[in-house]
Design a binder for this molecule. Structure first.
Ligand SMILES: [Zn+2]
Ligand SMILES: [Zn+2]
Length: 141
C-alpha cells in the first residue's frame, strides 16, 4: 500500500473516532480493494497474498471495530460466514438461490432501522432484509 493511500485510510479511521492502527488501515484497504461482499477469510487471504499475515481473531476484531465505526457494513447472507463490505450507505441484500450471488438492494428509507418489529421486543436499531430468488443473470440461462 502506498503512503498516500495509507494516509487517506488513516484519516477516515480518525474521522470516525478510531485510532489508525496498522491492522485497521490494512483490513479496510483490503476490503476496499476486493470490493463486493467478502468473508473475513477472504480479507485474510488478500492480506496474506501481500505478505501481511494477521491471525483470524485479529481480522475479526478489526472488522468489528470498523463495523462499529460505520466504515464497514455486514451482510447476513444466510448460512455460512457473515460478509463484510466497505462503505457507509445502509442497504439490503438479494441472494440468488441459484448462483449464491449477493447483490445490493437499495433501502427505500436509507437509514436504520428502516423497519419496525411487529411485536414489542425492545428497542430496534437495525433491520436487515435478505431478499431471495433468482438473479437476472440466472434467469436468462
Ligand atoms: Zn444467480
Ligand atoms: Zn452490500
Amino acid at each position: 500500500m502506498d503512503v498516500q493511500r495509507a494516509a487517506e485510510l488513516s484519516g477516515r479511521l480518525r474521522e470516525r473516532g478510531l485510532r489508525a492502527t496498522g491492522p485497521r488501515v490494512e483490513v479496510l484497504g483490503a476490503l476496499e480493494d476486493l470490493g463486493d461482499h467478502r468473508s473475513a477469510d477472504e480479507v485474510r487471504d488478500r492480506l496474506a497474498a501481500d505478505g501481511r499475515r494477521l491471525p483470524r481473531s485479529s481480522i475479526y476484531n478489526v472488522l468489528n471495530s470498523l463495523v462499529g465505526a460505520g466504515l464497514v457494513l455486514t451482510a447476513d447472507a444466510g448460512p455460512g460466514a457473515v460478509l463484510y463490505e466497505a462503505g457507509r450507505e445502509w442497504h439490503h441484500h438479494f441472494v440468488c438461490r441459484s448462483c449464491q450471488g449477493v447483490f445490493d438492494v437499495e433501502c427505500v428509507v436509507g437509514a436504520r432501522p428502516c423497519l419496525a418489529a411487529g411485536t414489542a421486543v425492545g428497542t430496534v436499531d437495525e433491520a436487515q432484509v435478505i431478499f431471495r430468488g433468482t438473479c437476472a443473470a440466472c434467469m436468462t440461462t
